[in-house]
Write a protein that binds this ligand. Structure first.
Ligand code: ZN
Length: 89
């Protein structure tokens, strides 16, 4: 048996996109569900991402609008950095 640690927002969002692509493992789905249970921020992103994905699918030939990419990047940038121990400087 392996005990899985809670995942951070960065990981959760990555899983979130995989889920929307239908490529998320059952285990990762559980971890994501757990995270979303307490992280309202990601829950907000989930609703947003679902709509976005549907929109992109409806026009699969069109490139992703710059606005959308920027919004996603901003969201990810804005997430707290994962704890990696001691940060230099
Ligand atoms: Zn989160």
């Amino acid at each position: 048996m392996t005990v899985h640690e809670p995942i951070g927002c960065h990981e959760a969002v990555a899983h979130l996109w995989e889920m929307l692509d239908g490529q998320l493992d059952e285990l990762d789905q559980r971890l994501l569900d757990r995270h979303l249970a307490w992280c309202l921020r990601c829950c907000g992103e989930l609703a947003f991402a679902r709509e976005l994905r549907g929109m992109l699918r409806a026009r699969s030939e069109a490139p992703v609008p710059d606005d959308v990419l920027r919004r996603l990047e901003t969201f990810i940038d804005d997430l707290p950095a994962p704890a990696t121990g001691e940060a230099p400087g």
